[in-house]
Design a protein around this ligand. Structure first.
Ligand code: CTP
Length: 328
């Protein structure tokens, strides 16, 4: 009952109904289609078709967003006349267009074949005592989007992730969970030498408490001072041992002098590309599903994206990595 899912190179459901979308998004398994979906190890493409108001319903949209976060590719329905007699967005994408997407998919998939890719992602947690830590708002969404994109395009993906609450198909990656910057650095250092590409998408805490209290810190004085020490800069340290042919990609999150600061980090950390997220732009940053980025290359060039789903931004970043270092 799982053979179909294991055998396929690609799993396409066209058309997929609101009902099956809801089942896929929630792990229901009551027919051959849902059983195949749950056991499939290959990339998944879904072409929804339904009436226009059903497609716009928040519950359908939430289910599609969830499937998107699993790395499934959604082919947005086209607009036109619908079975109900109404007219609007809900028609399954035209078969010729689906075919074009499949052709592009298999062509694209080859472009990172046999490449080994390391991605650091998520926040780090720096312990204060056995029950408390210092961390940040990184959700890991951009890191997951990159990991899915690399995997879908044929790469062997190694993920080192700080604590995240997203549901991820860890089986399709070499996955390592870590908490502190120190642990993340230790794991990344073990892998760096055999990687073709390293992407530093983690929001690493810059400082950690100088000492981890062995017991819970009790409330006593009206003020508490915590001494912090600088954490290891993972990207900087690994940038020093980068060999010719290896590519290092960094991220920068800035609130002022964005471009200047990002370019300075590109040089300092020996990156080939740096992806700048600006906190000032709506639809970009932590926790949200969309992003808008500016990518700067070590060659001096740059490109800017529109506000788009993080999965689309990830594809754009991969396209630029393919061109590096002679590209942007
Ligand atoms: N980075 C890292 N290890 C650190 C700090 C940052 O690997 N200890 C990486 C990030 O994953 C990112 C890049 O370096 O790819 C830039 O991170 P950012 O936090 O913007 O830069 P910082 O060097 O920490 O500079 P600042 O916080 O002063 O802006």
């Amino acid at each position: 009952h799982v053979e179909l899912g294991l055998w396929a190179d690609l799993f396409l459901v066209a058309p997929i109904t609101a009902n099956s979308i809801a089942k896929f998004a929630n792990g229901l398994c009551d027919n051959l289609l849902t059983a195949t979906y749950l056991s499939a190890r290959c990339p998944v493409i879904l072409a929804p078709a339904m009436d226009l108001d059903m497609f716009q319903h928040p519950s359908v949209q939430a289910n599609l967003a969830k499937l998107n976060s699993f790395g499934n590719n959604i082919l947005d329905p086209e607009s036109g006349e619908l079975a109900s007699g109404l007219s609007g967005q809900g028609r399954m994408m035209e078969p010729e267009n689906i075919l074009k997407r499949l052709e592009k998919f298999f062509k694209d998939r080859e472009d990172f074949k046999k490449k080994k890719v390391l991605i650091t992602m998520g926040p780090t947690q720096e312990a204060l005592d056995p029950v408390r830590f210092i961390s940040n708002h990184s959700s890991g969404k951009m890191g997951i989007a990159l990991a899915n994109a690399f995997r879908n395009r044929g790469a062997e993906v190694y993920v080192i992730s700080g604590p995240i609450s997203l549901k991820v198909d860890k089986e399709s990656f070499h996955w390592k969970d870590v908490k502190s910057a120190k642990e993340m650095y230790h794991e990344a250092k073990l892998l760096q030498a055999k990687m073709d590409i390293c992407v530093f998408a983690a929001a690493v805490a810059d400082y950690a408490p100088a000492e981890i209290a062995p017991e819970k810190i009790k409330k006593s004085d009206s003020e508490l001072t915590i001494k912090m020490v600088k954490n290891v800069d993972i990207a900087f340290e690994l940038g020093k041992i980068k060999k010719p042919g290896q590519l290092h990609i960094g991220f920068a999150l800035e609130t002022e002098n964005e471009a200047e600061n990002a370019k300075a980090k590109l040089d300092k950390k020996n990156f080939d590309l740096i992806v700048l997220n600006s906190m000032k732009e709506s639809g970009a940053g932590f926790q949200v599903d969309t992003n808008r980025v500016h990518i700067y290359g070590s060659g001096g060039g740059s490109i800017s994206s529109e506000v788009a789903e993080k999965s689309k931004i990830a594809e754009l970043i991969l396209d630029q990595i393919k061109l590096a270092p002679i590209g942007v």
